[in-house]
Design a protein around this ligand. Structure first.
Ligand code: CA2
Length: 143
């Protein structure tokens, strides 16, 4: 099975600031973590990151026919983007939402997730392990 792992705005800045919230490891370390998790769980993956909402919509649309599932951390667009929600619904691929931090314990404006409405499951507050759990979930679901 082939998974597309999508990361939204500012996740490329991991490890630079706010280590208390997002951890000390940087974005290349997250990519390495996801690649290793996919290999261990028997999946292939591509990993993409964009700071641009429209580009994220294009990436999701282009996943149709090319991937079996999507792992997505839409970052700040989680809480604002109906366009990303609609794109996930349009392609209809099984998708799992991931957040490094425990969003439910953070600010009020982070309490809505539009993307999550099109996802099978959400893993939040587990750091990099949330990606592992999302990959595991999709691998098991597609068995
Ligand atoms: O917890 C998560 O994974 C988030 O999706 C991260 C987003 C945030 O807007 C969401 O509410 C929850 C932020 C992405 C990373 O932002 C950084 C900020 C400063 C330094 C490094 C990264």
């Amino acid at each position: 099975m082939k998974l597309l792992i999508i990361n939204g705005p500012n996740l490329n800045m991991l490890g630079i600031r706010e280590p208390d919230i997002y951890g000390k490891e940087d974005y290349p370390a997250l990519c390495d973590h996801c690649e290793r998790a996919c290999k261990a769980l028997g999946a292939d993956c591509d990993i993409v990151q964009s700071n641009h909402e429209g580009e994220l919509v294009d990436i999701i649309q282009n996943a149709l026919g090319a991937y079996d599932g999507i792992v997505i951390n839409p970052a700040a667009y989680t809480h604002t983007s109906v366009a990303i929600l609609d794109a996930l619904k349009a392609v209809g691929l099984p998708a799992v939402e991931v957040h490094l931090s425990k969003v439910s314990e953070r600010e009020e404006f982070r309490q809505i997730s539009y993307a999550g409405m099109a996802c099978e499951k959400t893993f939040s507050g587990l750091g990099f392990e949330g990606y592992t759990e999302a990959i595991r979930y999709l691998v098991n679901m597609c068995k």
